[in-house]
Design a binder for this molecule. Structure first.
Ligand SMILES: *Cc1c(COP(=O)(O)O)cnc(C)c1O
Length: 393
């Protein structure tokens, strides 16, 4: 249960509440320490030092050097910058980009836009678990390929991609490799050198940091143009006065998340496994995403003979916040592109439900959610003309 109005928040892949220590670390930089880090007097130096400190925190969390860390306005900007920046900076080498069919829209809508600018994009398929095959990446690379961008973990179904293998192939073949690690950072181990990553996107609000904060890691080898033009901030690569409180917040949140990762992800994965096991006891229910290579917090299931939207509305009346897929697609009625790519038929996709566990989730919450999901599913099945007699109660 979260807050005074007692609701159960099971949508931590959409966003998380900022933790107390993070808010406390940020507060002074909104008022007394308000100086512009680019200025030369005392309070400005405090701001500059705070930004440096956050840069070191982020760098150490992902095995990078502070020089390789650039603060952005979020995961979306980091993805746009990595992909557009690499595309235009390497245009003399080629115009081919490789990605997957299950990326976040921050990647897919960016590559679709680049197609209109004359770039060619390969959208690799995935297996039924939503996983890209590293061999498919190798086969798709041509002498015109300038970038491979494949997410580290999927935001809808939680599948963790074989990033180490893909990174190794891209490095061997001399192609830049970007990964959207927004769902991974702060939740699973990330090391940019071990994984041969050239560019990596992070978002603060997915690991109990502030919204509107992000990071793009840019390794030494990566040639990439700026996206924002203006002042000399971020070593002339990302213009605009730094969001000092936000930067302090994302640095602190990531540092704490990594320090607590072992115990926290073990606890959360334990709750996830109980939730999966109990929900799959509902007849004609299937797990989406990979059974093992899966984010600790992600549960995604599909119920036959159910419309997803109606589940959410009925769960909301029972004070449960959940999602059918990504927050970004919940306002559209298009079936999830991720579940489509996994090969689910569209009529079944509408019966999908994503529950993502967080720091505040308890075992009692899991029991309450299972009981209510079971009740709601039965109610909806009883109402649907398509439900076979043996599933009615
Ligand atoms: C949330 C999310 C984003 C977007 O990050 P914002 O900080 O909300 O812009 C990008 N990619 C993935 C995988 C996400 O889950």
């Amino acid at each position: 249960m979260t807050g005074d109005n007692r609701f159960i928040y099971m949508d931590n892949a959409a966003t998380t509440p900022a933790r107390k220590e993070v808010v406390e670390a940020m507060l002074p930089y909104m008022s007394e320490n308000f100086g512009n880090p680019s200025s030369l007097y005392g309070i400005a130096k405090k701001s500059a030092e705070a930004v440096d400190n956050a840069r070191a925190q982020v760098a150490s969390a992902i095995g990078a050097s502070p020089k390789e860390i650039y603060f952005t306005s979020g995961g979306t900007e980091a993805d746009n910058w990595a992909i557009k920046g690499a595309a235009f900076a390497n245009r003399d080498k080629g115009n081919h980009i490789i990605t997957s069919q299950v990326e976040h829209h921050a990647v897919l809508h960016t590559t679709e836009w680049l197609e209109k600018q004359g770039f060619e994009v390969t959208y690799l398929p995935v297996d039924k678990y939503g996983m890209v095959s590293p061999e498919d990446v190798r086969e798709a690379i041509t002498d015109r390929t300038i970038l491979v961008t494949i997410m580290m973990a999927n935001n809808e179904i939680g599948t963790i991609m074989p990033i180490a293998e893909i990174g190794k192939i891209a490095r061997e073949m001399g192609v830049l490799f970007h990964t959207d690690a927004v769902q991974a950072a702060g939740h699973i181990q990330v090391d940019v050198n071990e994984l041969n990553i050239d560019m990596l996107s992070i978002s603060g609000h997915k690991f109990r940091g502030p919204k509107g904060t992000g990071v793009l890691y840019i390794g030494k080898m990566a040639k990439i143009d700026p996206l924002m033009h203006g002042g000399a901030q971020e070593r002339h690569r990302r213009a605009g006065t730094e969001n000092v409180p936000g930067i302090v917040g994302i640095g602190k949140a990531l540092e704490l998340a990594v320090a607590e990762m072992d115990s926290e992800s073990k606890r959360i994965a334990g709750l996830r496994d109980i939730l999966i096991q109990k929900i799959l006891e509902i007849p004609k229910t299937h797990l989406n995403g990979h059974p093992e290579m899966r984010l600790p917090n992600n549960v995604n299931v599909v119920f036959e003979y159910i419309e997803g939207e109606s589940i959410l509305l009925m769960l909301n009346r029972r004070a449960i916040c959940a999602s059918t897929g990504s927050a970004c697609s919940s306002k559209s009625l298009d079936p999830s592109h991720v579940l489509m790519a996994c090969g689910l038929p569209p009529e079944i996709i509408h019966g999908s439900l994503r529950l993502t566990i967080g720091h505040d989730t308890t075992e009692d919450d899991i029991d309450y959610v299972v009981e209510n999901v079971r009740g709601v599913v039965q109610k909806l099945r009883n109402m649907s003309p398509l439900t076979p007699p043996e599933l009615r109660e």
